[in-house]
Every structure is written in structure tokens, then in C-alpha cells.
Design a protein around this ligand. Structure first.
Ligand SMILES: Nc1ncnc2c1ncn2[C@@H]1O[C@H](COP(=O)(O)OP(=O)(O)OP(=O)(O)O)[C@@H](O)[C@H]1O
Length: 469
């Protein structure tokens, strides 16, 4: 049986991005097999959970493909102290360890930087569908005047693209439903049995996977994977590709294949394709080939509708006046509405308090206080002080190195710590928003290359987070 496991592993190696294989499947060892039950051992509980959630069904399928009908995998942890209890029967076994109380975080929104923490393994066909967030379906999306066109376009694409378009580009500021709608298209395809070859991948993962394939002489299988094994491609955070010309070329060619084969393509990003700096014309034109639709910020009526739906999905009844209050105060995006709602629910349940306006006010005061503390101006003055530059120089047209670096860093920090749209941030530095995107990418790139740069940024984060209002 061990030889079967070796075969399964080899197959997985082919399927998965290199880093995912190395991180998750490479370290797994074969332990024993009895009839159709195969016991494998993982290096730790975290890895076991990850394997269980993302890879187990696929592994079992691979064993079944090798003729072991009804293969069931038991996962255990390597640790010598491992007891029998740590052997789990895949998905069916309930966790016996009590989980720490997971308090919902109150901040208004998660950082709006292009996703840096995307999951390894995104976009591999083996993970098909399982990487899509369960709740990101059409029926859970609340349609308002801000999103009706994007919703209809996504649904139409999911239902077969009656308008003949095989591609859709969703654009919006952060937290307004791009991921939700794009993943809803994937769910639709899988749930209706149209196809399970749905690839969900961020532009960053696509890039990393391609670079790793190049390094490991696997570029042909990378190309083959995207060009021939995918029916629905969901590519998020497209702006991340700015300046990455090799990835742009490869993606443009892949898109040609997929478009020719009439596959469904959904892209999302914070900027229109034409506004992404350092993006080659071929890719821009392909990204714009289908419908390009914008999701706007929801108006008050829609915010109430969203809150009502989300409150209805939970178990805690939420008075109408509290929903109105939250909708009035939280205007930036839907993620912020979700934070407010879960903050109110959590506080009420933890303290055993009644849900009313006073409670909601106390929860939101924390959100707005932390938001108010960090403004673009606070960031500008802190960066000027740290780099010993005058504010006039920071926002000037000068491209001298001594000003460019602090300027880029300040823009990056403004994006990370404030809710200001990038256009507005750019304007605060007398720059177009394309330059703001470029600055953010430049800082990210530098952080990836130099440890000292990361240290410098960590130092600035601390300074900002502890700065007085
Ligand atoms: N119209 C909507 N109805 C219901 N939920 C929504 C709606 N819009 C957004 N959401 C919810 O808000 C949260 C953020 O949405 P999502 O992640 O899709 O935003 P995004 O535009 O992709 O953000 P980012 O650019 O930061 O990735 C999700 O939990 C999503 O389900």
C-alpha cells in the first residue's frame, strides 16, 4: 500500500503549486493500511487540520482512482506522544479539544493592501471548490442599486453567459463584494454540476506559482494546467500584476486559450484594467474584453437591507433601530457593516447585555476612535519626522531618491491604516492614484527582498499604532 501512497504523492506534486506541496503534502508519511483504511501521519495538528479541510477528499479520490474503492484516510500526528485520540477519521470526526474563544475583531476593515496572506494552494484543481468561501453564494448577496449591474452580470455569466460574454471584470474599493460575487460564479458552476474545474487564484498566487514552475523546470505543466484543465478561472486582485511583465505575458496567452475555448473568466481588482500602472496593453485589452462592472458603496437603504439579512442569518434578534443606527454610522463598506454587527452581537452575548442603541454606540465608539486616530496627516507627519524631510518635499513633484522612498512608504501606510480610497490618498500626495498603486507595489517588493526594510516598516507600524490622537 505504501507504493500507492507514493503514487498519490507524485500525482499531487504534479497538481499542486510547489510551495503548497512542500508545505502540506510533502511532510505527510504513510503509517499503515488495513483494507480500505489508510493511516497517514502529519507533522502537527495544524497541518492535520489543513490537510483535513483542504486535501483529504482529494487524496481519498486519488486512492480510489488507483483501485482502492471506498478508500478512507485516517490522519494522525507524528509526535511520538501522539495518542490514539489524535487519530481522526477525516471530516467526520468532531474536534475534541476545546477551541479558544474567538472574539470577532472590531476594526472597520481588514487592510486594503493587495492580499499578502493568500492561502497556499489556491488555484489548484485538486482543491476545486473547497477554497471558495461557503457563504459567498448568489442567494446570500444583497442586491442594491450599487451592485445590481455587477450582480446581474455575474449571474448571467454563471448561467451560461446569455449575452455571449465569457469574461467579467469586477472593480470596487475594498469590502464591497468583488470576492463574494466572483466566488458565487464558481459555486454556481459546481453546485449545478456544470463543472468542478473551477480555479480560484489571486494574482499573487498565480505569479508565485509561475515563478516556482520556472525555477523547477515545470513551466509546461503550469501552462498546461491553466490552459487545458480549467473551465472557470477566478483571478482576484489583478492590480498585483503591475510591473510583473513575465507574468502578464503568460497570463495574456493563457487568457487567449481560455477565451478561444469559451471558458468563463472572472477578474477582480480595485482599479479598472486601464488604470493599472505598468500593465502591458495586451493584458489590459484582454481583461477589458468582457463586461467591466463597478460595485459602488451601498446607500443607506441597501446598508440596512444588508444588515437585516446578515442579522437574520445569526441567532441573535437585532432591533430595527440598532440596524438603522449601524447603517447610519458605518458607511464605507460591507466588511465594516459585518464588523459592527458581530461586535454588537459579541458584546451583548459576552456581557449578557441587552442589544440597544447604547450598546451599539459603545461598540462603534471603539471603531471610530481607532479610525480617527490614524489619518493620512498623522502618517505624513510621522514619516516626515522619521525620514527628516519637510512635508512640502514629501508631497512635491521632486523625484529625488531621498523624497521618493518616504513618499512611497507614507502612501503604503495610508493605504494600510486609513479607509481613504486610493484616489484620495494619491491626491493627498499630489499624485494620481496609478502612482499610489505603484508606490504600494514598490514597498511590498522592497519588503519581500530586504529583511531590513521589513524591520523599518515594523518600526513605523509600531510608531503609528502607538501615536497619540
Ligand atoms: N451585497 C452584499 N451582500 C451581502 N454581503 C456582502 C455584500 N457585499 C459584500 N458582502 C460581504 O462583505 C464582506 C467583504 O466582501 P468581499 O470580500 O467580497 O469584498 P471585496 O470587494 O472582494 O474586498 P477586497 O477588495 O478587500 O478583497 C464579505 O463577507 C461579503 O460576503
Amino acid at each position: 500500500m505504501e507504493s500507492f501512497w507514493k503514487k498519490v504523492k507524485l500525482k499531487m506534486k504534479d497538481f499542486l503549486p510547489d510551495h503548497s506541496y512542500r508545505m502540506w503534502l510533502g511532510p505527510i508519511e504513510f503509517v499503515a493500511a488495513q483494507e480500505n483504511i489508510i493511516t497517514l501521519s502529519c507533522p502537527n495538528t495544524f497541518s492535520r487540520r489543513r490537510i483535513k479541510e483542504h486535501y483529504l477528499a482529494g487524496l481519498e479520490k486519488e486512492f480510489q482512482g488507483l483501485g482502492i474503492e471506498d478508500a478512507v484516510i485516517h490522519l494522525q500526528v507524528h509526535d511520538s506522544k501522539t495518542s490514539r485520540q489524535s487519530v481522526e477519521k477525516g471530516r467526520k470526526t468532531k474536534k475534541s479539544t476545546p477551541q479558544p474563544l474567538d472574539l470577532p475583531s472590531i476594526p472597520a476593515a481588514r487592510p486594503r493592501l493587495p492580499r499578502q496572506l493568500s492561502l497556499p494552494g489556491l488555484g489548484n484543481p485538486f482543491d476545486t471548490g473547497r477554497l471558495l468561501k461557503k457563504s459567498y453564494t448568489f442567494d446570500k448577496f444583497v442586491v442594491g442599486s450599487n451592485s445590481d449591474f455587477a450582480y446581474s452580470a455575474s449571474l448571467s455569466l454563471a448561467q451560461g453567459g446569455a449575452n455571449g460574454n465569457g469574461a467579467l471584470y469586477l472593480v470596487s474599493d475594498t469590502g464591497l463584494g468583488k470576492s463574494h460575487l466572483s466566488q458565487a460564479v464558481g459555486h454556481h458552476a459546481i453546485n449545478r454540476g456544470v463543472t468542478d474545474k473551477v480555479f480560484y487564484v489571486t494574482a499573487e498566487d498565480f505569479t508565485n506559482e509561475m515563478v516556482s514552475a520556472l525555477k523547477n523546470n515545470r513551466i509546461n505543466s503550469f501552462k498546461e494546467k491553466y490552459r487545458t484543465r480549467c473551465d472557470v478561472l477566478i483571478l482576484e486582485d489583478v492590480h498585483f500584476l503591475s510591473g510583473k511583465s513575465a507574468t502578464q505575458n503568460e497570463l495574456a496567452m493563457t487568457l487567449d486559450y481560455l477565451l478561444d475555448a469559451e471558458k468563463k473568466l472572472i477578474f477582480s481588482g480595485c482599479y479598472l484594467p486601464g488604470d493599472i500602472p505598468k500593465m502591458n496593453e495586451q493584458l489590459k485589452s484582454r481583461l477589458s474584453l468582457g463586461l467591466v462592472t463597478r460595485i459602488e458603496t451601498p446607500d443607506f437603504k441597501t446598508r440596512v437591507k444588508i444588515l437585516r439579512k446578515k442579522a437574520g442569518m445569526g441567532n441573535t434578534p437585532m432591533p430595527g433601530e440598532v440596524l438603522d443606527y449601524l447603517a447610519q454610522e458605518l458607511c464605507d463598506n460591507v466588511r465594516q457593516l459585518e464588523s459592527g454587527l458581530s461586535g454588537v452581537t459579541a458584546k451583548a452575548s459576552l456581557l449578557g447585555e441587552k442589544i440597544d442603541i447604547d450598546l451599539a454606540r459603545s461598540v462603534l465608539s471603539n471603531i471610530s476612535r481607532s479610525k480617527k486616530q490614524i489619518t493620512v496627516d498623522t502618517i505624513k507627519s510621522l514619516v516626515c519626522k522619521e525620514f527628516s524631510v519637510a512635508e512640502a518635499d514629501l508631497v512635491s513633484a521632486s523625484r529625488k531618491r531621498k523624497y521618493v522612498q518616504p513618499r512611497q512608504i507614507a502612501i503604503y501606510l495610508a493605504r494600510k491604516y486609513t479607509d481613504q480610497p486610493l484616489k484620495k490618498i494619491g491626491r493627498s500626495f499630489n499624485r494620481y492614484h496609478a502612482t499610489a498603486i505603484y508606490s504600494i507595489n514598490a514597498v511590498e517588493k522592497a519588503m519581500k527582498k530586504q529583511g531590513s526594510y521589513v524591520e523599518q516598516m515594523n518600526y513605523l507600524y509600531k510608531k503609528i499604532e502607538t501615536a497619540k490622537a
